[in-house]
Write a protein that binds this ligand. Structure first.
Ligand code: NAP
Length: 282
């Protein structure tokens, strides 16, 4: 990569940031398309977020991704939000449009795209069980509702958070039925038996975190099992899904790539080379 006076800068703000895969994915894509862009990780502490966002304008940075812990806090420093970012209440991509900072959320869209590409499944008309009511759970729930899911059940360890999310979703989506349950084996078992899609949006399954209270006996073969986690690639949930004979079993790599691909398109207005991005990450 040759950096010149004309090179456009994009990047990612997060804290910590050293584990991010995004520079690999985006720089490989820029290089393949011969675009004069460079993607840089920026370690931004929470107390410095405001000045870092001002820096996007003053340094004429084309745009940035926003990751943990800034996705919600960044909103107050932006000029405008996309409809999706407004609904999800979080921003993972900023676009600098001639000095105007626009917040987007491509996580949900990335999930929906991956659900189609990797499992040939649409959320429309489906009964979807989502485990987790954090940022990712909310993004996925909003996206499934936007897609026209018929029913969405949110299961969470802290039941009050699931109930709060359900109240929020109820206010915004009239055609989908929502309910909240605690993340416990018995209730999950009843709900999963009748679900079409099961999504893990908790941190359970990440290395060193605990296990979900689900065994292979609760899963049926026609379920689509989607784990947002991508490290490890074969998560404990995906292992038990395979043991149960589930045919459509997907990890979070596809979502990670497609959220990045949508951001790439926002910044460059070019069709992203998704295969190159995927190869760079894997
Ligand atoms: P978050 O906002 O911190 O939410 C974490 C969720 O996990 C909450 O629902 C939390 O429940 C639950 N949880 C954490 N520890 C738990 C435990 N010991 N027992 C039961 N539940 C527990 O995090 P997030 O941003 O939503 O991320 C959630 C997962 O999605 C992470 O694994 C992340 O890596 C993954 N993710 C993947 C992508 C992708 O592109 N593939 C994108 C975003 C996130 P409580 O509410 O009870 O605390």
């Amino acid at each position: 990569m040759k950096i010149t006076g004309k090179t456009k800068i994009v990047g990612i703000f997060g804290y910590p940031i050293e584990h991010t895969f995004s520079p690999l994915m985006h720089n490989a894509a820029f290089s393949t398309l011969g675009l004069d862009y460079c993607y840089i990780p920026f370690e931004v502490r929470p107390k410095d977020l405001k000045s870092a966002v001002e820096g996007i304008r003053t340094l004429n940075i084309r745009g940035v991704n926003i990751t943990v812990p800034h996705k919600e806090a960044v909103i107050k420093y932006l000029d405008e939000l996309s409809e999706e970012a407004k609904l999800i209440g979080a921003v993972n991509t900023i676009e600098n449009r001639d000095g105007k900072l626009i917040g987007h959320n491509t996580d949900g869209r990335g999930f929906i795209k991956s659900l189609w590409e990797d499992a040939k499944t649409k959320a429309k008309g489906k009964k979807v069980s989502i485990l987790g009511a954090g940022g990712a759970g909310k993004g996925v729930a909003v996206s499934c509702a936007l897609e026209g899911a018929s029913e969405i059940i949110i299961a969470n360890r802290t039941i009050m958070k699931a109930e709060e999310l359900v109240r929020y979703l109820d206010r915004h989506f009239k055609k989908t039925q929502f309910s909240a349950i605690p993340l416990v084996k018995q209730q999950l078992s009843n709900v999963i038996a009748e679900s079409d899609i099961l999504i893990n949006a908790t941190s359970l399954g990440l290395k060193g975190k605990g296990m979900l209270p689900i065994s292979y006996k609760e899963l049926h073969k026609d379920l689509v099992v989607y784990d947002l986690i991508y490290n490890p690639l074969i998560t404990p949930l995906l292992k038990i899904a395979r043991r149960a004979g589930v045919k459509k079993v997907v990890n979070g790599i596809g979502m990670l790539i497609h959220q990045g691909a949508f951001a790439f398109e926002i910044w460059t207005e070019k069709k992203p080379p998704v295969d190159v991005m995927k190869k760079a990450i894997l």
